[in-house]
Write a protein that binds this ligand. Structure first.
Ligand SMILES: *[C@@H]1O[C@H](CO)[C@@H](O)[C@H](O)[C@H]1NC(C)=O
Ligand SMILES: *[C@@H]1O[C@H](CO)[C@@H](O)[C@H](O)[C@H]1NC(C)=O
Length: 461
């Protein structure tokens, strides 16, 4: 080695000798996913997504030069593929970097999922070190689980596995966009995806499609197709599809805690069917329809969970990653132990009944929570949303930290808080209908994942 001849290399090697856990190149807020020897397997080897992984050392000049482009690529690929980095200077990661055969920094590898779980196809990325070139190379390798169909074979395709929900993208294009490929990966194993061209007029007419691109959900079990009319962005489309299935969690939950959403869905029932027999919960009481009480009166027999502390509220619904949550913010009580006054009592009971109905039917629904006024987070949230004047009254709101929107249930619009009115409001949210307010700043507890909200904005179907 020529260490003595080069002061720069000497400095580099001294820095390299700084003990493990020396800070990596990417901060916590970076859009680049930081991977280490512990989570590599779960995050990279076992994902259904394509990943690009940078193996680097913080002191390396080329690595530092790459950082802005790499972070930009990560932003552009958000929701489409994983952009990750491993700090090979960290002693803990040395074995991983060795196994990967890393000889110089930075080394960029693209991992494409293969048929064998846990064994992605690996190739060195040799292209230009610009965001654009990296994005293109990765997008090219996003697996395509979207079937191309035509007027001739769309019927065949839809009639296979009639209980499995299906999505058809109607498009003028012959290619399959990164966004629809990413969506098919999110729902791999639970929802089937196809695309059909606008010139296939038979299907276009039959499914009532009038513009391109359009997405049609065929919920399965002979239910009528639903035309999606929201924004053509990943987040809202996922929210829309969540009425039939939830996206695969990535990373996959550990085996022990794995309550397979697939198992639940395979026995999903037609909307109007009665409670399935053999319910896993022996305590489940009969559906409203079977009880002799008047229809539309909520019973609160299965109360929704309560968020009693600020921490619970924040971690359940107020992080930048939080998905849709419905909250009943209780009014302040006159005496500490008194019962909830009306109309709060009815509001909470209606939500409980709606949630219970979905549990019984095994349809996916976002969570509902009760938030008592003694939870100081409740007041903070009311203040943040400008609901502070009404501290003495219940507020039912829906919000989504990840997407940055919220909605308030207006009882004057909808005849107070009866089950039917609240359910209509919930259904509109499920379908992505109605207006949403932008969440004011400060409501979400940490803005560190800000970049994620731009998810896939650039990508067109
Ligand atoms: C990968 O896809 C399979 C279906 O082929 C699914 O069961 C699994 O949950 C997915 N894994 C992740 C991590 O998304
Ligand atoms: C799953 O297992 C891994 C390794 O055994 C562990 O690091 C991780 O924390 C576990 N995750 C959960 C959600 O339990």
């Amino acid at each position: 080695m020529m260490l003595r001849s080069s002061p720069f290399l000497l400095i580099a090697s001294l820095l390299a000798a700084i003990p493990a856990n020396a800070d990596g190149l990417y901060t916590k807020n970076s859009p680049v996913l930081q991977v280490n020897h512990k989570n590599y397997d779960q995050l990279i080897a076992h994902t259904n997504y394509t990943s690009i992984v940078e193996f680097y050392a913080p002191w390396c000049g080329h690595c530092q030069n790459l950082k802005p482009a790499y972070e930009k690529a990560a932003k552009n690929l958000d929701g489409l593929a994983k952009v990750a980095a491993v700090n090979c200077d960290d002693d803990d990661n040395k074995q991983l970097c060795g196994q990967m055969g890393i000889r110089g920094f930075p080394t960029l590898k693209i991992m494409t999922p293969s048929k064998k779980p846990g064994k992605p196809r690996m190739e060195d990325y040799q292209g230009a070190r610009s965001a654009k070139a990296i994005v293109e190379a990765v997008v090219d390798r996003i697996p395509n689980h979207v079937k191309k169909v035509t007027d001739k074979d769309i019927e065949d395709w839809t009639s296979q596995d009639p209980e499995v929900p299906k999505v058809v993208l109607f498009t003028e294009k012959g290619t399959t966009s990164a966004l629809i490929r990413a969506l098919a990966i999110d729902f791999l194993g639970t929802v089937k995806f196809a695309q059909i061209r606008s010139k296939e007029t038979g299907a276009v007419d039959r499914l009532g499609v009038t513009k391109f691109p359009s997405i049609v959900l065929i919920p399965g079990d002979n239910r009528d197709p639903i035309l999606y009319d929201g924004e053509l962005k990943k987040g809202p489309i996922i929210d829309f599809l969540s009425q039939v299935a939830s996206p695969n969690p990535d990373p996959a939950p550990n085996a022990s805690s794995n309550k397979s959403p697939k198992a639940a869905r395979s026995s999903a029932t037609v909307e109007d069917q009665d409670e399935p027999t053999g319910s896993p919960d022996p305590k489940v009481v009969p559906d409203d329809a079977k009880e002799s009480k008047p229809a539309g009166v909520p019973s609160n027999a299965h109360p929704i969970p309560t968020l009693s502390t600020v921490e619970d509220l924040e971690s359940a619904c107020l992080t930048p990653k939080s998905k849709t949550c419905v909250l009943a913010l209780h009014p302040e009580l006159k005496e500490a132990d008194s019962e909830l006054p009306e109309p709060a009592k009815t509001a909470v009971a209606s939500l409980s009944d709606i949630a219970h109905k979905h549990t019984v039917r095994k349809t996916k629904l976002f969570p509902f929570y009760s938030v008592p006024a003694i939870n100081t987070g409740s007041k903070t949230l009311r203040d943040g949303l400008g609901l502070s004047q009404s501290q003495d009254s219940v507020e039912v709101i829906a919000l989504n930290g990840r997407r940055g929107w919220w909605r308030r249930y207006d009882p004057s619009d909808s005849k107070e808080y009866g089950v039917a009115a609240v359910e209509a409001w919930i259904d509109a949210i499920r379908m992505g209908e109605g207006s949403r307010e932008k969440l004011p700043e400060g409501v979400i507890v940490s803005q560190k994942e800000e970049a994620k909200e731009k998810q896939a904005d650039h990508d067109e179907l």
